[in-house]
Design a protein around this ligand. Structure first.
Ligand SMILES: *Cc1c(COP(=O)(O)O)cnc(C)c1O
Length: 390
């Protein structure tokens, strides 16, 4: 039995009627850009997250770019962020001519180490950009406190963490601006690209709305240089259908995660062979990914793939070692925790519609791999012992 890393067709099958009638209705309405569907989505998202202003945008990448633009980030500014995330995080900083300053990750959660982040604040720091990686919030307390004291903005990359909470507050609503992605593989995904920016600051909210449409207000009078960062009404229609299901999908992801963690433990693989994800105190983890750590990552990945089990490395190369960022002068050894995570982590199938027999199959393949591995090791040890005895 092969097991996909993600199968969106199962969700589509359940929602087919609802989705198709929403799409058709929107198509027939001829309101394709902004309009009632987008406005309704913004209202529903603000309500769900408990935030004052939500602006639907073209993608998670654009959400990050717009957030930094709204804060006036540009040449000469520094933005502190993690070296271990999807490239969009750092891309937004570099595209605006600002300098990313990396702070290594916490090896338990893979999120930015807040003390490392705070230690890198200088007079040039314009913003701190923590990422809530894999569906769990970064440790925001020390970051928020230092930012408040020094009057620095905090932009949250919550692309993987819709519905996650930190001390009871939703990811994306903790800092100055929160950024979300509706890329199809995220916990709440549309049928293409989409994103959201949220804030409780009315002046920033107004700038974000203006930036979304080339900085125009009124139409054809441009007080800012923005872009076309709008969301299609069709995507808003899809998201309006899906939002009411987000909570039950999150619970299904958490149930799968708890099952894997318990079974890996029961098989005696933890902690020597496999480290399951850690949920930090005060955090609600929504498992956009279920990421294990193992020193035999590449071999395990090959073993799983041979058996048709979907798995993926998020991410194989940290930012400071990316070719496009060589001008920053990063080198091997600069951020050892990020580098090690890039070598040792592997994401397993965790999507809400994953079937019990499928996760059982994933577990079986993992156990089989380590049995072979351990068997081989003890054989090698015996040969060594025999040799030294001879
Ligand atoms: C997906 C993702 C983004 C970018 O979102 P898009 O909608 O694909 O542009 C940014 N940051 C992180 C951490 C992501 O996972």
């Amino acid at each position: 039995m092969s097991v996909p890393l993600l199968d969106l067709s199962r969700q589509y099958a359940v929602l087919q009627q609802e989705l198709e009638s929403a799409l058709l209705e929107t198509a027939r309405s001829t309101h394709y850009i902004n309009g009632p569907k987008v406005e309704m989505l913004e209202r529903k998202m603000a309500e769900y997250l408990g935030v004052q202003h939500a602006t639907a945008v073209s993608s998670g990448t654009d959400a990050l770019l717009m957030a930094l633009m709204a804060l006036g980030v540009g040449p000469g500014d520094e933005v502190i962020t993690t070296p271990y995330s999807f490239f969009a995080t750092v891309g937004a900083i570099v595209r605006l001519g600002a300098r990313p300053i990396f702070a290594d990750i916490d090896p338990e959660t893979y999120n930015i180490d807040p003390h490392e982040a705070v230690a890198r604040i200088t007079d040039r720091t314009k913003a701190i950009l923590p990422v809530h990686l894999f569906g769990q919030c970064a440790e925001m307390g020390p970051i928020l406190e230092a930012a408040r004291r020094r009057n620095i903005a905090v932009v949250e990359d919550a692309a993987q963490a819709i519905g996650a909470t930190y001390q009871g507050k939703y990811a994306g609503t903790l800092g100055t601006i929160g950024c979300f992605s509706f890329f199809p593989s995220k916990n709440l995904g549309c049928m293409g690209d989409g994103g959201l920016v949220v804030t409780n600051d009315p002046a920033l909210a107004e700038r974000l709305v203006r930036l979304r449409n080339h900085g125009a207000k009124p139409k054809y009078y441009h007080s800012l240089v923005g872009g076309n960062f709008r969301l299609d009404a069709l995507q808003a229609a899809v998201l309006l259908v899906k939002l009411p299901y987000l909570e039950q999908w999150t619970l299904a992801r958490q149930e799968n995660a708890a099952w894997y963690a318990a079974q890996l433990q029961r098989q005696g693989l933890v902690p020597k062979y496999v480290k399951p994800p850690t949920t930090a105190p005060g955090c609600r983890h929504v498992f956009n990914q279920f990421v294990i750590r193992t020193p035999w990552r590449d071999q395990l990945m090959e073993h799983l793939r041979k058996r048709g089990i979907g798995c993926e490395v998020y991410y194989p190369r940290p930012f400071h070692l990316q070719e496009a960022l060589a001008f920053l002068g990063g080198k091997q050894g600069d951020y050892p925790h990020a580098e090690q995570a890039a070598l040792q982590t592997l994401a397993l199938p965790i999507f809400p519609e994953l079937r019990p027999e499928e996760r059982q199959e994933v577990l079986r393949a993992i156990v089989e791999f380590y049995e072979e591995q351990i068997g081989q090791q003890s054989k090698e040890q015996k040969t060594k012992q025999n040799r030294s005895a001879a």
